[in-house]
Design a protein around this ligand. Sequence first.
Ligand SMILES: *[C@@H]1O[C@H](CO)[C@@H](O)[C@H](O)[C@H]1NC(C)=O
Ligand SMILES: *[C@@H]1O[C@H](CO)[C@@H](O)[C@H](O)[C@H]1NC(C)=O
Length: 358
Amino acid sequence: MPKERPLWRGAAFRLCLLSAALFLCLQLGMRRTWCPEEKSRDPAAARGARPVPRCGAAPGRGGGGGRPSEGHLRAERAAGQRRARLLRPAAPGGRRRKTVRWHIELQPWASPTPSLNYEASRFLKYISTSQISCEHTNLNSLKGYSKTAKKPWSICLDERFSLIHRIRSKQCRLYSLGLGNDDNQFELSMANSGCEVHRFDPSIKSAHIQEGRRLWYHRLSIDWRDPNPAIAAHKLHSNTKKLGTVLNEFGHQKIDVLKADVESAEWKILENLILEDVVEQIGQLVFEVHMHWPGFEVSGNDSTVVRYWYSLLRELELKDFRLFHTYKDLSKPQMFLKKEAFNASSCYTLSWVNTRWK
Ligand SMILES: *[C@@H]1O[C@H](CO)[C@@H](O)[C@H](O)[C@H]1NC(C)=O
Ligand SMILES: *[C@@H]1O[C@H](CO)[C@@H](O)[C@H](O)[C@H]1NC(C)=O
């Protein structure tokens, strides 16, 4: 324990310095905007007495203790206001202003009176129709491997999107969410192509495992909310986190490809990514979606559920994501909300590219 003290003190000292600096800055920012008024009201200044040096008055500027010129005052005032603006709320937090939303925008019903038939046909048509064409979707064909992955995890490698360039410059990053029983062909081929691959799998034995030069396993499952702190405090380690939390903790700003096969948790995870704007940090999404039941924590009657799924995907479209590949899995039960209906499969793999992403 005694060994830790100097370290702790060092940190405390640095924190003190930081707070002092911040306080000073705030003072500066605020006073400067008020200073010109002080000047006109201050009797000493009116009498032409030597002005009291104001906080932060730059030495040397303002003419060796003489009265600063009007022009200089104006410039200072402007600078002060600029600083005050910079220091206003939201500034310490981060780059973008977030408007917290609690619900996604629900699309109108597909028909004047809600009906599962109309909802299902609108939704199934939507997920079966590409919105943008992508010529190169297979990493293996690019690399000359003959073996193709078992699952159709398609990414868009066309030149007009940044992914191929980021792969070439070995700057790309893949996050893969899923459970251990999946095949990991896609992850391996991405790692072999030069991508940094992070696989999130709650079933592995230790917290982090590095499998290859560019392949990491993390014992975490990505959820749509962080654990309740009251519960988390009682557990030794919590294995459940939101994607935004993981990004912050890993210090990652961007994910080039997010692959998810999360057995019906995808709807709520997608909702969380949309509501928290995390989706804007992602270049391409490759999701297996499941429709044999509503999914975790999705409630309502069947038409309500299908409308919700559809509305989620429309939110993606609103954020300039375009569906470029859709795959109907005929090997899975051909069920839609527990019914054999609509010629639907219970499982589709959908790939989107974020057309706004650089
Ligand atoms: C399902 O629930 C919604 C909203 O609660 C309701 O408006 C609609 O009529 C219901 N649809 C069916 C088919 O029962
Ligand atoms: C049902 O789905 C299969 C497989 O996607 C397709 O080949 C077939 O044309 C569909 N049938 C109808 C009636 O739409």
